[in-house]
Design a protein around this ligand. Structure first.
Ligand code: SF4
Length: 372
């Protein structure tokens, strides 16, 4: 069995670690690129949201590399994600690809049986725990990166170190090696010449999880904010998502997601699908410790559209820039909006009494199909 999955940011490191101990071979799709998007747009319904199009393109690229099985999360849900896999499967079959699709709608037992076929549980379980340790590290590494990126003298040095660290992280086979990777990474980041941190502003990123976590989809927003001297805060991560299934986190109501749910409760009486509830909660929760927030919303995404409209009405004040993404969004437009937003935050910081309440609805940054 040659298994693959649609790619999302740097999480291929985690997935590779899981498959290390499985009998099936893993086909890692190429990083998301303009080609991935073009393929996805070509074969998707026009009204589908951006994550649908990109993941479809990524599946096509995996099938081209010889994958015969695709894992795609999805089962039911109050947003379109619940039926993504059904539609994507039909589109791929119409295109002539022969493969099997694995997802939760098959039932957890059948799904597990398909993935673990021929693997030994005694090897897989320690492997799974080790892959979770890699996932946790993938969540931790960016935090220092965000801090240094905002004050580095040579733009791009911190990003280079981060990207160079992914290879040893992928190759690490023991906990000792993982600790070593982290130590080396922090040492290298610590040696970067930096400027004074005066004038650094803290901006949180929230919104729909795929667009938040896939740099191509969000046009490398973290890097662009770093160039503007912004220290990014991004509570959403795959580790954060997975930790929500930890019984201790559930029992004690811990975790960012649950904190957000509690914070957003005065404004929401029911789940609005996707990550909408969390988006509202992040604003309420971080109104005091962030200087601003960028809200990433795929065009036509109902949960985030609802969240955007509620966010502008909360009593907790925090400037929010809404950016709406689809395949027509141009990077130049996104950068201009970010520049104006950061400039506004800095002015507000200097004159805190002046026009504190602000919610900049970004609209769609129409432009060329290319993201450069
Ligand atoms: S949350 Fe929004 S963008 Fe994500 S799958 Fe649902 S509708 Fe699409």
């Amino acid at each position: 069995m040659r298994v693959s999955f649609p790619t999302m940011g740097d999480y291929w490191v985690f997935t590779k670690a899981i498959f290390d101990k499985l009998a099936s071979e893993l086909v890692v799709p190429p990083p998301v690129s303009q080609r991935t998007l073009t393929l996805g747009v070509k074969y998707s319904p026009e009204g589908a949201c951006l994550p649908f199009k990109i993941t479809l393109g990524s599946m096509i690229e995996a099938l081209e590399l010889g994958a015969d099985t695709i894992i795609m999360p999805g089962n039911y849900g109050p947003c379109r994600f619940g039926y993504y896999h059904r539609l994507q499967e039909e589109i791929l079959r119409d295109l002539g690809y022969k493969f099997q699709m694995i997802n939760e709608s098959m039932g957890i037992r059948r799904m597990a049986a398909s993935i673990f076929k021929g693997s030994r549980l005694s090897e897989f379980l320690p492997g799974l725990i080790f892959s979770l340790a890699k996932l946790k590290l993938l969540d931790e590494l960016p935090h220092t990166l965000y801090r240094i990126r905002a004050i580095e003298q040579e733009v791009g040095s911190a990003t280079r170190i981060y990207k160079d660290t992914l290879k040893p992280l992928d190759k690490a086979k023991s906990y000792r090696e993982l600790r070593q990777v982290k130590k080396e990474y922090l040492k290298k980041l610590g040696s970067i010449p930096t400027r004074s941190s005066d004038g650094v502003v803290k901006v949180g990123i929230t919104g729909e999880i795929y667009v938040v976590l896939e740099p191509f989809a969000n046009m490398e927003i973290e890097i662009e904010l770093g160039k503007l001297g912004v220290e990014v805060r991004r509570p959403i991560s795959l580790w954060e998502f997975v930790s929500n299934f930890n019984p201790l986190v559930i029992a004690f109501g811990l975790g960012e997601r649950r904190r957000c749910y509690r914070a957003a409760r005065p404004y929401l009486s029911c789940h609005i699908g996707g990550d909408g509830w969390q988006s509202v909660g992040e604003k309420v929760l971080h109104a005091k410790d962030w200087h601003g927030m960028v809200h990433l919303e795929p065009f036509g995404c109902l949960p985030e559209t609802v969240a955007r409209n509620i966010m502008s009405k909360t009593k907790e004040e925090l400037p929010v820039l809404n950016l709406i993404y689809d395949e027509h969004t141009g990077k130049a437009g996104v950068i201009s909006r970010l520049e104006a937003f950061v400039d506004m935050i800095r002015r507000q910081k200097r004159k805190p009494a002046e026009g504190k309440r602000s919610n900049l609805t970004g609209g769609r940054a129409h432009g060329s199909l290319s993201r450069h």
